[in-house]
Design a binder for this molecule. Structure first.
Ligand SMILES: Cc1ncc(COP(=O)(O)O)c(C=O)c1O
Length: 457
């Protein structure tokens, strides 16, 4: 059998991408205030800004869309989705939302209050922002290995159990629940082991605290467990996912990732402790409990997508995609978060721009260079995303300067990745001429989405 892991699908419908010149891209980026979020997608060649909601749906999902029932209350589409979610999670209460951050907003509003602390391996930016908005401290407790990009460890998304226990002992009263993000997006798309999920659940339960999992990429996490954790090689991704969910009391899901849909999310609850306030908030903010923030057709596409996202051939190809680009970067001597995560490659900008001070935002600078030189749109995961400008005008910086290239599901083929590796090599060759930026305008929260920048000379 040939060794190449192929895209396990044929292409049935195509979408052209537009080739632009370097001069055009430089002008477009400057018009976008040096912020790739402000570019028009049609001006991007390889759009690896995010894997969220950007993937291709299958023929079966499009077919399911026609079956969507748009009844306001009690649509069969809701019950079909509920059956799939119950099978995977074992949790009875499904609360659909329009996307992941809405699930966070609704659940956190019901489950926490100002002055509390919520520990996690690493909070995603919207998770952190939703907690901080409520006056809750969002604490990252990922293992030390998870903060060292070059270090190889099979489960760099694991939470540090000793620090979690210490926190529970010291601040137990202030902790409404603990969280685990699977896979750990901000930590490099790194998986959490089953042993760590189990131990986190046991530890939290010993202190009477529920475990809430952020499960956007639960299927990729399940496949990593199958490939890397002793004892799981013969399990199906579905069986592994079922065990993972078995340790949680609730979960928030952005279905735009492993739900394989373009929009959608949900909360699942094992018991009724937060059900009533969650449903009240849902009705206030999202919609009636059997559709949440979604149309019936979205619920149908998600019911099909959740199963497709657990398909083993798909997951093997999916994880191989990131690994393949990682191997090419390795050959070029470019640092990245190792081993490669599930949905993305996180380039360590410090290995490309070692001389650039952090105050010039090296990851942001690299991100801009990838667009100008190669038409590739990635996202900075560094001090623009996670740093802050304080009231006195000083800045806080993030511990890592990464550029995330996140891969939409079932969208790009191997030659796109070969092209990207060549473009990255060209950027590295001209690193000395890459300019940093200064932020000239920024909002108080989630500044990376909309800040405006200028070149530094
Ligand atoms: C780990 C994690 N949690 C939550 C979210 C928020 O989901 P959404 O973009 O659907 O609001 C994301 C989105 O990227 C994520 O990666």
């Amino acid at each position: 059998m040939p060794k190449t892991i192929i895209e396990p699908f044929r292409i049935k419908s195509v979408e052209p991408i537009r080739v632009t010149t370097r001069e055009e891209r430089l002008r477009l980026l400057e018009e976008a205030k040096l912020n790739v979020f402000k570019l028009r997608a049609e001006d991007v060649l390889l759009d690896w800004l995010t894997d969220s909601g950007t993937g291709a749906m299958s023929a079966e999902q499009w077919a399911a869309i026609l079956r969507g029932d748009e009844s306001y209350a009690g649509a069969p589409s809701f019950y079909r989705l509920q059956a799939v979610v119950r099978e995977i999670t074992g949790m009875p209460h499904l609360i659909p939302t329009h996307q992941g951050r809405a699930a966070e907003h609704v659940l956190f509003g019901a489950a926490c209050k100002s002055g509390q602390i919520v520990p996690n391996n690493s909070h995603f930016d919207t998770t952190r922002a939703n907690l901080e908005y409520l006056g809750v401290e969002a604490l990252d407790l990922v293992i030390a290995e998870g903060l060292q990009p070059a270090l190889i460890h099979p489960f760099k998304g694991n939470i540090d159990l000793a620090r979690l226990e210490d926190l529970l002992q010291r601040e137990g009263e202030r902790i409404p629940f603990g969280m685990l993000t699977v896979t750990n997006n901000t930590g490099g798309g790194q998986p959490v082991s089953m042993a760590n999920i189990r131990a986190t659940s046991e530890l939290l339960h010993r202190y009477g605290k529920p475990l809430v999992m952020d499960v956007c990429r639960f299927a990729e996490n399940a496949m990593f467990i199958k490939q890397r954790e002793p004892g799981y090689a013969e399990h199906t991704p579905m069986q592994i996912a079922q065990e993972m969910f078995g340790y949680a009391d609730a979960a928030t899901m952005s279905a735009k990732k492993d739900g394989m849909v373009n929009i959608g999310g949900f909360i699942v609850l094992r018991d009724e402790r937060w059900l009533e306030p969650v449903q009240q908030m849902l009705i206030l903010r999202e919609g009636f409990p059997t559709y949440g923030g979604l149309a019936g057709r979205d619920l149908e596409a998600l019911a099909v997508g959740l199963r497709e996202g657990l398909n083993e051939d798909y997951l093997r190809y999916r994880l191989r995609t990131a690994e393949y680009l990682g191997e090419k970067l390795d050959a070029l001597g470019i640092g990245f978060v190792k081993p490669t995560g599930g949905h993305a490659v996180y380039i360590d900008a410090r290995t490309v721009l070692p001389e650039m001070p952090v105050a010039h935002y090296p990851a942001w600078a690299l991100c801009n260079a990838l667009y100008v030189e190669g038409g590739i749109r990635g996202v900075e995961v560094g001090s623009v995303m996670f740093g802050k400008r304080l009231a006195d005008g000083s800045e806080t910086y993030h511990s890592m300067e990464l550029v995330r290239l996140a891969f939409p599901r079932r969208m790009y083929t191997q030659s796109h990745f070969d092209y990207a590796a060549e473009a990255i090599a060209e950027v590295r060759a001209m690193a000395a001429s890459i300019r940093g930026v200064r932020i000239v305008k920024q909002p108080t929260r989630l500044r990376h989405f909309s800040c405006e920048c200028e070149w530094l000379d």
